[in-house]
Design a protein around this ligand. Structure first.
Ligand code: SF4
Ligand code: SF4
Length: 320
Protein backbone atom coordinates (compact mmCIF):
# COMPACT_ATOMS: atom_id res chain seq x y z
CA UNK A 1 0.00 0.00 0.00
CA UNK A 2 1.29 3.49 -0.87
CA UNK A 3 1.85 5.68 2.19
CA UNK A 4 -0.24 8.84 2.37
CA UNK A 5 1.77 12.08 2.03
CA UNK A 6 1.98 14.09 5.27
CA UNK A 7 -0.72 16.73 5.73
CA UNK A 8 0.10 20.01 3.97
CA UNK A 9 -1.76 22.05 6.62
CA UNK A 10 0.03 21.32 9.84
CA UNK A 11 -0.93 24.62 11.47
CA UNK A 12 -4.61 24.28 10.59
CA UNK A 13 -4.55 20.67 11.77
CA UNK A 14 -3.01 21.81 15.07
CA UNK A 15 -5.73 24.47 15.52
CA UNK A 16 -8.48 21.92 14.92
CA UNK A 17 -6.76 19.48 17.26
CA UNK A 18 -6.66 22.16 19.97
CA UNK A 19 -10.43 22.62 19.66
CA UNK A 20 -10.92 18.88 19.92
CA UNK A 21 -8.66 18.66 22.97
CA UNK A 22 -10.61 21.42 24.71
CA UNK A 23 -14.01 19.94 23.85
CA UNK A 24 -16.18 18.69 26.67
CA UNK A 25 -17.04 15.05 27.25
CA UNK A 26 -19.88 15.17 24.72
CA UNK A 27 -22.66 14.59 27.23
CA UNK A 28 -25.17 17.26 28.13
CA UNK A 29 -26.13 17.66 31.76
CA UNK A 30 -29.81 18.47 31.18
CA UNK A 31 -32.55 18.12 28.58
CA UNK A 32 -31.90 21.20 26.47
CA UNK A 33 -34.53 23.71 25.35
CA UNK A 34 -32.60 24.08 22.08
CA UNK A 35 -33.55 20.48 21.19
CA UNK A 36 -37.02 20.16 22.71
CA UNK A 37 -38.67 20.88 19.35
CA UNK A 38 -37.18 17.62 18.02
CA UNK A 39 -40.13 15.58 16.87
CA UNK A 40 -38.86 12.18 17.99
CA UNK A 41 -39.19 11.86 21.78
CA UNK A 42 -37.04 8.76 21.70
CA UNK A 43 -34.14 10.82 20.31
CA UNK A 44 -34.58 13.31 23.15
CA UNK A 45 -34.66 10.50 25.72
CA UNK A 46 -31.48 9.04 24.24
CA UNK A 47 -29.78 12.44 24.59
CA UNK A 48 -30.95 12.78 28.19
CA UNK A 49 -29.66 9.27 28.94
CA UNK A 50 -26.33 9.86 27.15
CA UNK A 51 -26.92 7.04 24.68
CA UNK A 52 -24.50 8.55 22.16
CA UNK A 53 -21.52 10.72 22.96
CA UNK A 54 -21.35 13.82 20.76
CA UNK A 55 -18.01 13.87 18.97
CA UNK A 56 -17.37 16.85 16.70
CA UNK A 57 -14.44 17.64 14.48
CA UNK A 58 -12.22 20.62 15.28
CA UNK A 59 -13.65 22.45 12.27
CA UNK A 60 -17.22 21.99 13.50
CA UNK A 61 -16.30 23.00 17.07
CA UNK A 62 -14.76 26.18 15.66
CA UNK A 63 -17.95 26.82 13.70
CA UNK A 64 -20.00 26.52 16.93
CA UNK A 65 -17.60 29.02 18.48
CA UNK A 66 -18.21 31.41 15.59
CA UNK A 67 -21.91 31.36 16.51
CA UNK A 68 -21.10 32.16 20.15
CA UNK A 69 -18.78 35.01 19.17
CA UNK A 70 -21.54 36.56 17.06
CA UNK A 71 -23.70 36.98 20.18
CA UNK A 72 -21.54 39.82 21.55
CA UNK A 73 -21.89 41.67 18.25
CA UNK A 74 -25.68 41.29 18.25
CA UNK A 75 -25.73 42.74 21.77
CA UNK A 76 -23.49 45.66 20.72
CA UNK A 77 -25.65 46.33 17.65
CA UNK A 78 -28.81 46.49 19.77
CA UNK A 79 -27.21 48.71 22.40
CA UNK A 80 -25.97 51.07 19.70
CA UNK A 81 -29.59 51.81 18.69
CA UNK A 82 -30.67 52.32 22.30
CA UNK A 83 -32.07 48.91 23.21
CA UNK A 84 -31.38 47.89 26.80
CA UNK A 85 -29.88 44.41 26.67
CA UNK A 86 -29.22 42.24 29.70
CA UNK A 87 -26.98 39.47 28.42
CA UNK A 88 -26.19 38.41 31.99
CA UNK A 89 -28.62 37.64 34.79
CA UNK A 90 -28.29 40.56 37.25
CA UNK A 91 -29.06 38.18 40.14
CA UNK A 92 -26.01 36.03 39.46
CA UNK A 93 -23.78 38.08 37.16
CA UNK A 94 -23.69 35.04 34.90
CA UNK A 95 -25.46 33.79 31.79
CA UNK A 96 -29.23 33.43 32.12
CA UNK A 97 -29.92 29.88 33.15
CA UNK A 98 -33.54 28.73 33.00
CA UNK A 99 -34.83 25.45 34.45
CA UNK A 100 -38.25 23.84 34.79
CA UNK A 101 -39.65 22.66 38.14
CA UNK A 102 -37.69 19.40 37.97
CA UNK A 103 -34.37 21.15 37.32
CA UNK A 104 -33.71 18.72 34.44
CA UNK A 105 -35.08 20.75 31.54
CA UNK A 106 -34.03 24.22 30.40
CA UNK A 107 -31.28 26.19 28.77
CA UNK A 108 -29.32 29.41 28.61
CA UNK A 109 -31.08 32.43 27.14
CA UNK A 110 -28.87 34.69 25.05
CA UNK A 111 -30.35 37.84 26.66
CA UNK A 112 -33.48 39.70 27.68
CA UNK A 113 -34.01 43.17 26.25
CA UNK A 114 -36.34 46.16 26.27
CA UNK A 115 -36.61 49.26 24.08
CA UNK A 116 -37.01 47.79 20.60
CA UNK A 117 -38.35 50.41 18.16
CA UNK A 118 -41.40 48.21 17.41
CA UNK A 119 -42.36 47.65 21.05
CA UNK A 120 -40.37 49.94 23.37
CA UNK A 121 -42.11 48.93 26.60
CA UNK A 122 -42.02 45.13 26.40
CA UNK A 123 -39.29 42.89 27.73
CA UNK A 124 -38.28 40.26 25.18
CA UNK A 125 -36.41 36.98 25.37
CA UNK A 126 -33.58 37.39 22.82
CA UNK A 127 -32.35 34.60 20.61
CA UNK A 128 -29.39 35.28 18.33
CA UNK A 129 -28.58 32.92 15.46
CA UNK A 130 -26.18 32.70 12.53
CA UNK A 131 -27.33 31.11 9.25
CA UNK A 132 -25.86 29.86 6.01
CA UNK A 133 -27.11 31.68 2.90
CA UNK A 134 -29.52 28.85 2.06
CA UNK A 135 -30.96 28.67 5.56
CA UNK A 136 -31.21 32.47 5.74
CA UNK A 137 -33.15 32.64 2.46
CA UNK A 138 -35.62 30.06 3.78
CA UNK A 139 -35.90 31.98 7.06
CA UNK A 140 -36.75 35.18 5.21
CA UNK A 141 -39.26 33.43 2.98
CA UNK A 142 -41.06 31.36 5.63
CA UNK A 143 -40.36 32.86 9.06
CA UNK A 144 -38.97 31.15 12.16
CA UNK A 145 -41.86 28.83 13.04
CA UNK A 146 -41.86 27.17 9.64
CA UNK A 147 -38.19 27.28 8.65
CA UNK A 148 -36.63 26.75 12.08
CA UNK A 149 -39.16 24.96 14.30
CA UNK A 150 -36.46 24.02 16.83
CA UNK A 151 -35.59 27.71 17.32
CA UNK A 152 -39.28 28.57 17.66
CA UNK A 153 -39.79 25.85 20.29
CA UNK A 154 -36.65 27.00 22.11
CA UNK A 155 -38.02 30.55 22.37
CA UNK A 156 -41.44 29.29 23.49
CA UNK A 157 -39.71 27.27 26.20
CA UNK A 158 -37.72 30.31 27.36
CA UNK A 159 -40.79 32.56 27.37
CA UNK A 160 -42.66 29.94 29.38
CA UNK A 161 -39.84 29.53 31.88
CA UNK A 162 -39.00 33.24 32.12
CA UNK A 163 -42.66 34.28 32.27
CA UNK A 164 -42.26 36.72 29.36
CA UNK A 165 -44.77 37.30 26.54
CA UNK A 166 -42.45 38.21 23.67
CA UNK A 167 -39.27 36.99 22.08
CA UNK A 168 -37.00 38.77 19.62
CA UNK A 169 -35.23 36.61 17.07
CA UNK A 170 -32.22 38.25 15.45
CA UNK A 171 -30.34 36.35 12.79
CA UNK A 172 -27.44 37.03 10.47
CA UNK A 173 -26.52 35.55 7.11
CA UNK A 174 -22.91 34.43 7.43
CA UNK A 175 -22.23 35.07 3.73
CA UNK A 176 -23.55 38.65 3.45
CA UNK A 177 -24.00 39.95 7.03
CA UNK A 178 -27.63 40.73 6.20
CA UNK A 179 -29.79 40.75 9.34
CA UNK A 180 -33.26 39.31 9.87
CA UNK A 181 -35.58 40.06 12.79
CA UNK A 182 -38.83 38.55 13.95
CA UNK A 183 -40.88 39.17 17.07
CA UNK A 184 -42.49 36.02 18.41
CA UNK A 185 -45.55 35.94 20.63
CA UNK A 186 -45.74 33.60 23.57
CA UNK A 187 -48.04 30.70 22.72
CA UNK A 188 -49.17 29.57 26.18
CA UNK A 189 -50.58 26.31 24.86
CA UNK A 190 -47.34 25.48 23.06
CA UNK A 191 -45.35 26.45 26.16
CA UNK A 192 -47.33 24.04 28.32
CA UNK A 193 -47.07 21.30 25.69
CA UNK A 194 -43.29 21.74 25.65
CA UNK A 195 -43.05 21.50 29.44
CA UNK A 196 -45.26 18.40 29.42
CA UNK A 197 -43.09 16.84 26.71
CA UNK A 198 -39.95 17.50 28.75
CA UNK A 199 -41.59 16.04 31.86
CA UNK A 200 -42.56 12.86 29.95
CA UNK A 201 -39.04 12.35 28.64
CA UNK A 202 -37.38 12.98 32.00
CA UNK A 203 -39.75 10.59 33.81
CA UNK A 204 -39.55 7.81 31.21
CA UNK A 205 -37.68 4.77 32.55
CA UNK A 206 -37.34 3.36 29.05
CA UNK A 207 -37.08 4.80 25.52
CA UNK A 208 -40.33 6.20 24.09
CA UNK A 209 -41.65 4.81 20.79
CA UNK A 210 -39.63 5.41 17.62
CA UNK A 211 -40.84 8.05 15.21
CA UNK A 212 -40.32 5.38 12.53
CA UNK A 213 -39.41 1.70 12.48
CA UNK A 214 -37.68 2.28 9.15
CA UNK A 215 -33.94 2.96 9.65
CA UNK A 216 -33.95 4.84 6.33
CA UNK A 217 -36.69 7.24 7.42
CA UNK A 218 -35.39 10.78 6.78
CA UNK A 219 -35.39 11.90 10.42
CA UNK A 220 -33.64 8.68 11.43
CA UNK A 221 -30.95 9.11 8.79
CA UNK A 222 -29.96 12.45 10.33
CA UNK A 223 -30.34 11.31 13.94
CA UNK A 224 -27.25 11.16 16.19
CA UNK A 225 -28.68 8.07 17.87
CA UNK A 226 -29.27 6.01 14.73
CA UNK A 227 -26.68 3.38 15.63
CA UNK A 228 -28.17 2.76 19.09
CA UNK A 229 -31.79 3.00 17.97
CA UNK A 230 -31.75 0.99 14.75
CA UNK A 231 -28.29 -0.55 14.59
CA UNK A 232 -28.00 -2.49 17.85
CA UNK A 233 -25.04 -0.39 19.10
CA UNK A 234 -24.61 -0.44 22.87
CA UNK A 235 -24.21 2.86 24.76
CA UNK A 236 -21.23 3.40 27.05
CA UNK A 237 -21.47 2.30 30.69
CA UNK A 238 -22.27 5.29 32.89
CA UNK A 239 -25.02 6.04 35.36
CA UNK A 240 -27.39 7.47 32.76
CA UNK A 241 -27.51 4.11 30.96
CA UNK A 242 -27.89 2.17 34.22
CA UNK A 243 -31.23 0.80 35.39
CA UNK A 244 -30.46 1.87 38.97
CA UNK A 245 -30.33 5.59 38.16
CA UNK A 246 -33.33 7.92 38.37
CA UNK A 247 -33.62 11.67 37.80
CA UNK A 248 -34.90 13.27 41.02
CA UNK A 249 -35.76 16.79 42.21
CA UNK A 250 -33.54 19.84 41.66
CA UNK A 251 -31.84 18.38 38.59
CA UNK A 252 -30.18 15.64 40.65
CA UNK A 253 -29.73 11.92 39.92
CA UNK A 254 -30.13 9.12 42.44
CA UNK A 255 -28.68 5.62 42.51
CA UNK A 256 -31.01 3.04 44.04
CA UNK A 257 -28.29 0.41 44.28
CA UNK A 258 -25.83 2.17 46.59
CA UNK A 259 -28.05 4.30 47.41
CA UNK A 260 -26.81 7.87 46.97
CA UNK A 261 -27.11 11.07 45.02
CA UNK A 262 -24.85 11.01 41.98
CA UNK A 263 -22.61 13.95 41.24
CA UNK A 264 -21.84 14.77 37.65
CA UNK A 265 -18.41 13.13 37.70
CA UNK A 266 -19.87 10.02 39.37
CA UNK A 267 -22.47 9.75 36.64
CA UNK A 268 -19.82 9.77 33.96
CA UNK A 269 -17.69 7.20 35.76
CA UNK A 270 -20.50 4.77 36.66
CA UNK A 271 -19.43 1.80 38.81
CA UNK A 272 -18.81 -1.94 38.68
CA UNK A 273 -22.44 -2.69 39.54
CA UNK A 274 -23.74 -0.96 36.41
CA UNK A 275 -26.59 -2.79 34.68
CA UNK A 276 -27.95 -1.57 31.37
CA UNK A 277 -31.53 -0.38 31.11
CA UNK A 278 -32.80 -3.49 29.27
CA UNK A 279 -34.35 -1.50 26.42
CA UNK A 280 -30.88 -0.21 25.54
CA UNK A 281 -29.79 -3.74 24.67
CA UNK A 282 -30.96 -5.08 21.33
CA UNK A 283 -31.70 -8.52 22.78
CA UNK A 284 -34.43 -10.46 24.53
CA UNK A 285 -34.28 -10.28 28.31
CA UNK A 286 -34.62 -13.78 29.74
CA UNK A 287 -33.86 -13.57 33.45
CA UNK A 288 -32.58 -11.31 36.20
CA UNK A 289 -31.17 -11.65 39.70
CA UNK A 290 -29.25 -9.57 42.17
CA UNK A 291 -26.72 -7.53 40.19
CA UNK A 292 -27.25 -9.37 36.90
CA UNK A 293 -29.64 -9.51 33.95
CA UNK A 294 -29.41 -12.19 31.28
CA UNK A 295 -30.29 -11.81 27.61
CA UNK A 296 -30.57 -13.82 24.42
CA UNK A 297 -28.67 -11.93 21.73
CA UNK A 298 -30.06 -11.70 18.18
CA UNK A 299 -27.84 -14.63 17.05
CA UNK A 300 -29.29 -16.81 19.83
CA UNK A 301 -26.26 -16.73 22.12
CA UNK A 302 -26.75 -15.90 25.82
CA UNK A 303 -25.18 -12.89 27.52
CA UNK A 304 -25.22 -11.96 31.15
CA UNK A 305 -24.97 -8.25 31.98
CA UNK A 306 -23.20 -7.57 35.23
CA UNK A 307 -20.67 -10.31 34.66
CA UNK A 308 -19.04 -9.78 31.28
CA UNK A 309 -18.79 -7.06 28.67
CA UNK A 310 -21.17 -7.59 25.76
CA UNK A 311 -19.25 -9.50 23.06
CA UNK A 312 -19.06 -7.93 19.65
CA UNK A 313 -20.29 -9.77 16.57
CA UNK A 314 -16.83 -11.05 15.63
CA UNK A 315 -16.14 -12.44 19.09
CA UNK A 316 -19.44 -14.29 19.01
CA UNK A 317 -18.66 -15.68 15.56
CA UNK A 318 -15.21 -16.81 16.75
CA UNK A 319 -16.72 -18.53 19.77
CA UNK A 320 -19.38 -20.34 17.72
S1 SF4 B 1 -33.14 6.89 14.84
FE1 SF4 B 1 -35.23 7.65 14.34
S2 SF4 B 1 -36.62 6.63 15.77
FE2 SF4 B 1 -34.50 6.40 16.55
S3 SF4 B 1 -34.23 8.05 17.98
FE3 SF4 B 1 -33.46 8.78 16.02
S4 SF4 B 1 -35.19 9.77 15.01
FE4 SF4 B 1 -36.01 8.59 16.70
S1 SF4 C 1 -25.18 1.14 40.20
FE1 SF4 C 1 -23.31 2.24 39.67
S2 SF4 C 1 -23.56 2.77 37.50
FE2 SF4 C 1 -25.58 2.24 38.31
S3 SF4 C 1 -26.47 4.19 38.91
FE3 SF4 C 1 -25.48 3.31 40.73
S4 SF4 C 1 -23.42 4.21 40.72
FE4 SF4 C 1 -24.28 4.50 38.67
Amino acid sequence: MVALPPSASLTVDAIYAAYEAAADHGYREHLGASLIGTECERALWYSFRWATRARHTGRLLRLFDTGHLAEARFVADLRRIGVTVLDLDPATGRQWNLRDASGHFGGSMDAVAIGFPEAPKAWHVCEFKTHSAKSFAKLKAEGVASSKPLHWAQMQAYMQLADLDRAFYLAVCKDTDELYQERIRHDAEAGLRILAKAERIIAAARPPARISEDPAWWQCRFCDHHAVCHGGAVPERHCRSCLHATPVADGAWHCARHPCVLLRRDQQAGCGLHLYIPNLIAAEQIDAGEDWVSYRLPDGSPWRDGATPIPDTQERADAA
